[in-house]
Design a binder for this molecule. Structure first.
Ligand code: NAD
Length: 260
């Protein structure tokens, strides 16, 4: 159980981050959910998760493309709940384009949100975790942190960077009761992936099921999506005592993608 622990999950008003936040709340953690927006829906979502799981849940706005806001998220979370024990770096965006046409602003945004944010949040979180005497940093990388695909230059570079930074964080905390690992999901059917299905159907002249099996899950041998619940469970495992000696490594949740 994660009772008494406080978790901050970046980019968690949707998709995988939301699934992880719910899973940690269900296991008794206090949870901070986050995105760049600050709408009534965001705060209502925090209330809904709190009610469903009888947990303390707060929404804290912070734009993960801005280093100072990344750091402020941790300060605000500590002020709200008294500690931060678990940091899940999940916020991420995608853009698909050949290198020569890749908009420089998109490159910068992907590096900032998918990679640099983890540097800023981790830098702010470690002193707080040291005060509490325990910590878990879990970075949501990707199968694209270990392998590549064409036209995803910024994303693949950022995710490989996350895997590298995970190892450095683990080495700098190796003598402390703090671990840092990366989870590398294959395809998960989140709004991010769902949004690509209609265009891909048109592009290939295929139906939904065929696009899912032959195009999207082409490299996922299980031919099934990983689920946000499975990713939440993997984060919870990395937060457990059984995982105390697992640090500086990656766990793939990819239906066999990286075995190919
Ligand atoms: P999603 O679009 O559903 O969720 C992304 C989340 O990040 C949202 O909550 C969004 O609000 C937030 N976000 C975006 N920009 C932000 C910013 N500037 N500041 C704060 N929050 C911001 O996507 P998802 O599929 O749930 O992706 C979550 C993570 O999982 C990403 O890092 C993604 O790269 C990774 N991932 C996803 C898949 C997949 O198949 N869906 C596979 C491997 C890795």
């Amino acid at each position: 159980s994660l009772t008494g622990k406080t978790a901050v999950v970046t980019g968690s008003n949707s998709g995988i981050g939301l699934g992880i936040a719910e899973c940690l709340a269900a296991r008794g953690a206090r949870v901070v959910i986050n995105s760049f927006s600050d709408s009534d829906e965001d705060h209502a979502l925090a209330e809904k998760i709190a009610k469903e799981h009888g947990a303390d849940v707060a929404y804290i706005q912070a734009d993960m493309s801005k280093g100072d806001q990344c750091r402020a998220l941790l300060t605000k979370a500590e002020a709200k709940f008294g500690s931060v024990d678990i940091l899940v770096n999940n916020a991420g965006i995608q853009h698909v384009s050949p290198i020569e046409d890749f908009p420089a602003a998109k490159w910068d945004a992907i590096i900032a949100i998918n990679l640099s944010s983890a540097f800023h949040t981790t830098a702010a979180a470690l002193p707080i975790m040291r005060k509490g005497g325990w910590g878990r940093v879990v970075n949501i990388a990707s199968a694209h942190g270990l392998t590549a695909s064409p036209y995803k230059g910024a994303y693949v570079a950022a995710k490989h960077g996350v895997v590298g930074f995970t190892k450095v964080t683990a080495l700098e905390t190796a003598r402390e009761p703090i671990t840092c690992n990366a989870i590398c999901p294959g395809y998960v059917l989140t709004p991010l992936v769902e949004a690509q299905i209609p265009d891909t159907m048109k592009q290939y002249g295929m139906g939904r099921e065929e696009v899912i099996e032959k195009v999207i899950l082409d490299r996922q041998p299980s031919k099934e999506f990983a689920t946000v619940e499975q990713l939440g469970g993997t984060v919870a495992f990395l937060c457990s005592d059984d995982a105390a000696q697992i640090t500086g490594t990656t766990i793939s949740v990819d239906g066999g993608w990286t075995a190919l």
